[in-house]
Ligand binder design. Structure first.
Ligand code: NAD
Length: 434
């Protein structure tokens, strides 16, 4: 099928590459001319495992092309996915400016039937607004039909291609048989369950899913706080809970709270949507509050143990908001580093993929070539992202090179008994060790 994907970011590019890989002809559009030039030269602007290799393959097979022209993409496609950003406004509400702009531009260039699919995360009832925008911007003389559909995306950065190709389910919200058939045909090669519903319900499924996952994270972080107070081990508590199939193990990892480009903004947007619809979602407000508090408590611990920050060197391991991505949007490292710097600490840092993006955010951070270079001369290490390569470091070597052997493990990556045996002052989350 001929498909256009508008917005070649983390979601749009992965969607385009995966759909091309299962046999469709894809044209990816972005209004960032620089990004399109890079993609045309087969340079991938983001880090995502396997993305570069599969993109190269699809481009060579002529199944994947790039353009900055929505006009060209609209003319060449039957199905058009909108995958542009939906950032937060000051109020927390989702800003749908990019979605509206794209819908208008598609409409003006339509000369035959199109199925326009929301892939971006949008508030419930956005489908109706897109339909209206298309209707009022269609070329006057022609009688053109179209459908709108919602097809929310559940991939996780860091395993985005795997998630796209192996989803637990695909959700499609449609208002016509034709739209349903087109979307079923697109996803048929994946052979996974497809939940078909109306557009509003599909949009709500995305809100509800992200909110539920964020709730699990805040729940286990709240449990971690209590574990610290009563001398229990949250890792064992999570394990014991997780075996229960009604609860499940995933998203029960205590840490410094969620970040990234999705959960914080999606939770804000859902709280606002609920308020506007007359429901005070107090539970979700508390989820957000616990998340903020979680970061502050850990930061306070670092400040407390280091005492005077002026003149001290803090070595930071991991900058991206999670492992296997270079995405720095809403990464907890930003608050941590900027606060510690404002109190006079010198920061050395290393991240396997996010350093190019981090360099545009931080000033005066010394970026190092690996974890060992970060440790050298540091007064403490602060682990903020649980990259695989940090799991098996040579801690004897690290201890020798540090000014003070102290580790703050924001992701409970290490075994505290082993760390203590090695002679580190070791602080983690919810293990009765703070
Ligand atoms: P992104 O910022 O990485 O990508 C968005 C892209 O859209 C950018 O490249 C931008 O240049 C482009 N764009 C903006 N306006 C445009 C226009 N008028 N014409 C063409 N291109 C335009 O964002 P993302 O992380 O890919 O997220 C996109 C959407 O998907 C958001 O609604 C997000 O909430 C949702 N989502 C994201 C994830 C994730 O893990 N990142 C997962 C599921 C859903």
């Amino acid at each position: 099928m001929n498909i256009a994907i508008i917005g070649a970011g983390y979601v749009g590019l992965v969607t385009g590459v995966c759909l091309a890989n299962i046999g469709h002809r894809i044209i990816c559009v972005d209004n960032d001319e620089d990004k399109i030039q890079k993609l045309k030269a087969m340079k991938v602007p983001i880090y995502e495992p396997d993305l570069e290799a599969i993109l190269h393959k699809c481009v060579k097979q002529k199944k994947l092309t790039f353009t900055s022209s929505i006009k060209e993409a609209t003319k060449k496609s039957t199905v058009i996915f909108i995958a542009v950003g939906t950032p937060s406004k000051e109020s927390g509400e989702a800003d749908l400016t990019f979605v509206e702009n794209v819908a208008r531009e598609i409409a003006r260039n339509m000369d035959s039937y199109k199925l326009i699919v929301e892939k971006s995360t949008v508030p419930a009832a956005t489908g109706k607004r897109i339909a209206r925008t298309i209707q009022i911007n269609l070329p006057k003389k022609e009688k053109i039909t179209f459908d709108i559909a919602s097809n929310p995306e559940f991939l996780r950065e860091g395993s985005a291609l795997y998630d796209f190709m192996n989803p637990d389910r695909i959700v499609i919200g449609v208002e016509s048989k034709k739209a349903e058939e087109l979307l079923r045909e697109i996803y048929e090669p994946l052979k996974v369950p497809i939940v078909v519903t109306d557009i509003n319900s599909a949009e709500m499924i995305k809100h509800a899913s992200n909110s539920f996952l964020a709730t699990k994270i805040s729940f286990i972080n709240a449990i971690a706080q209590i574990c610290d107070k009563v001398g229990a081990d949250v890792m064992k508590v999570a394990e014991g809970m997780g075996y229960d199939k009604r609860i499940g193990r995933s998203f029960l990892s205590p840490g410094i709270g969620y970040g990234g480009s999705c959960f914080p903004k999606d939770i804000d947007a859902f709280i606002r949507l609920s308020e506007k619809s007359g429901y005070d979602f107090a539970l979700l407000k508390e989820v957000r509050h616990i998340n903020e508090k979680q970061k502050k408590v850990f930061l306070k611990l670092v400040e407390d143990k280091l005492w005077i920050l002026k003149g001290k060197t803090v070595g930071v391991l991991g900058l991206a908001f999670k492992p296997e991505t270079d995405d720095m949007r809403n990464a907890p490292s930003i608050d941590f580093i900027q606060t510690l710097q404002s109190e006079g600490a010198k920061i050395k840092a290393y991240d396997p993929q996010a350093m190019p993006k981090a360099k545009a955010i931080f000033s005066k951070v010394i970026f190092c070539k690996d974890a060992y270079a970060v440790a050298r001369g540091s007064d403490c290490l602060l682990l903020l992202t649980e990259w695989e390569e940090f799991k098996n470091l040579n801690f004897k070597k690290i201890k020798k090179s540090m000014r003070h052997a102290m580790i703050f493990d924001g992701r409970n990556l290490y075994d505290y008994a082993q760390m203590e045996k090695l002679g580190f002052e070791y602080f983690c989350i919810g293990r009765g060790k703070t």
